[in-house]
Design a protein around this ligand. Structure first.
Ligand SMILES: [Zn+2]
Length: 295
């Protein structure tokens, strides 16, 4: 079950191509206002699009796109979070849509960020995240997905590897950053975001040679922690990327370089207090239980 948990998209360019090959963007023009019925259904694609299924090839053939979740409060929460996340980075909202599949609910256990400026968020992952850790988990997943939007927009990450790992770990970092920022989710104490990173690490994997590798659970913990620490500073997306990858070796293997941060030298001084801690998170010397109580 867990192996299917993925909240990301690996191949944005391919997705964009397939999307435009399978269907035009008519759907976007026919979106109903949020004020209409809670189950307002977006116009479904015509015969041509049906070949590629209702939503796209990343979702089951019976899945449908919606502008709402099952209840209004949840929809409002997610739309408000979307606005907050995008505006934190100085951007207007991407297109956030929800994916339902009444005949195969669990098939919507996913959230996908497309290079075409859309985020599709499954009903099942929303429900499970809320059930496991409350609103903050969905806020984190959405911030992670939006991190992929930033990557598309700004040509990030600046580091590439043979797997999706840097993209995914940086997206975890973007999420940790959002959860801390005063104009973001505004959680100043790391222990307050425990539910969020526990969920993230629960979908970490050890398929280190697989194209879809998201980072191991300790690496995902380290990435969220690093992003949270960087939330001490007001950074733009490119700055964030620079600093995230400046300290990235620590996320990967617990070694950190210091004193050469030419873009934001002040951050080195701040981060120096946390280098040993980050190393211990990565190596496991700080247990999961201790990790939850970090400040
Ligand atoms: Zn992702």
């Amino acid at each position: 079950m867990k192996r299917n948990f993925k909240f990301c998209l690996l191949a944005g360019a391919i997705a964009a191509f397939s999307l435009s090959a399978c269907r035009d963007d008519k759907m976007e023009e026919s979106v109903l206002p949020e004020s209409q019925s809670a189950n307002a259904k977006i116009e479904q694609p015509g015969d041509l699009e049906k070949i590629c299924s209702y939503v796209d090839q990343y979702w089951s053939s019976t899945a449908v796109l919606k502008t709402t979740l099952q209840n209004t409060a949840d929809t409002q929460f997610m739309n408000a979070q979307m606005t907050k996340i995008a505006s934190l980075w100085g951007r207007s909202n991407p297109t956030l849509r929800f994916v339902d599949d009444p005949s195969n609910f669990n098939s919507t256990y996913n959230a996908i960020s497309y290079s075409t400026g859309k985020i599709y968020y499954g009903y099942a992952i929303y429900a499970d995240a809320k059930n496991k850790g409350g609103d903050i988990v969905n806020a984190m997943i959405l911030a992670h997905e939006y991190g992929h939007q930033l990557q598309y927009i700004f040509g990030l990450p600046s580091v590439s590897e043979s797997t999706a790992r840097p993209n995914e770990l940086e997206a975890d970092g973007f999420a940790g950053y959002y959860l801390r920022r005063p104009n973001g989710y505004n959680k100043t104490n790391f222990s307050e975001i425990a539910a969020a990173y526990e969920f993230a690490q629960s979908i970490g994997d050890y398929q280190t040679n697989s194209a879809g590798h998201h980072g191991t659970p300790p690496q995902r913990r380290s990435a969220v922690r690093l992003g949270f620490l960087l939330g001490q500073y007001d950074l733009n997306a490119s700055n964030f990327d620079y600093n995230f990858f400046y300290y990235y070796q620590g996320v990967l293997n617990g070694t950190y370089k210091m004193g050469k941060n030419s873009v934001n030298p002040e951050i080195d001084a701040y981060m120096s207090q946390y280098m040993d801690e980050l190393r211990k998170i990565q190596t496991g010397e700080i247990s999961e239980e201790e990790f939850k109580h970090l400040k």
